[in-house]
Design a protein around this ligand. Structure first.
Ligand code: CA
Length: 225
């Protein structure tokens, strides 16, 4: 279980980190909203603990942008403020739950457990981009009337693209997320799967392309946008 902590109060961030590490969670800690957004976009977390009052981009903005990117990671907002207006703003922005500081470690852990349990239920069944719709239950990718089934790795790769369509995904990132950090997959494994996916997009007659950004990685593009 991997948790991202976004909290600018360093003492609280350290305390959260310690509570979660004791429960054997893997954690990343960042101290501002922009880094929170970048981390949540570039790695897969089971939960993001997100403070509202952050330097730069605030917590509301972070969660709003994640949801705009169709990133469905469960988000638990933290704030010192008790105003119910904030709670509404946070939940409207796309947060899943809300906790007011100060809190007991037991409450934090209970909420994280509830969020990760609920995850399956709140996950959207389909992801879309351009003229494409991907069904997560059947791994079918459709464009208009045509559809094609993606195999396991193709589906894992395509979901990464669909979750963060604005992000260029490097080969290293794809290898680590799809094959795992300790696999011996190489760049040419990624290239092979990208070419399988491109063939399927062509077969579907989709206008969406997987564009190769020289030396950086791949990104979905819809030429009509
Ligand atoms: Ca703060």
């Amino acid at each position: 279980m991997k948790v991202l902590i976004v909290e600018d109060e360093k003492r609280l961030a350290r305390a959260l980190d310690a509570i979660l590490k004791e429960q054997k969670y893997l954690t990343d800690v960042v101290y501002d909203g922009k880094s929170g957004y970048d981390y949540a976009t570039l790695a897969r977390y089971d939960v993001v603990i997100l403070d509202v009052m952050l330097p730069g981009m605030d917590g509301f903005e972070v969660v709003r942008r994640l949801r705009e990117d169709k990133n469905e990671v469960p988000v638990l907002l933290l704030t010192a403020r008790t105003a119910t207006g904030d709670k509404v703003t946070g939940l409207n922005a796309g947060a899943d739950d809300y906790m007011t500081k100060p809190f007991e470690p037991e409450e934090l852990l209970a909420r994280i457990n509830a969020l990760t349990r609920r995850r399956g239920a709140v996950t959207m069944d389909t992801l879309s981009f351009g003229d494409l719709v991907f069904d997560r239950n059947t791994s079918e990718l459709s464009c208009g009337e045509s559809s094609v089934k993606l195999n396991f790795k193709e589906a894992e790769i395509f979901k990464l693209f669909l979750r963060a369509p604005s992000v260029i995904l490097s080969k290293d990132r794809l290898i680590s997320d799809v094959w795992g950090d300790d696999s011996d997959a190489m760049d040419n494994n990624v290239e092979a799967y990208i070419s399988f996916l491109r063939r399927k997009l062509k077969f579907l007659g989709s206008r969406v392309l997987i564009r190769n950004h020289q030396k950086i990685g791949y990104k979905l593009e819809d030429p009509s946008c």
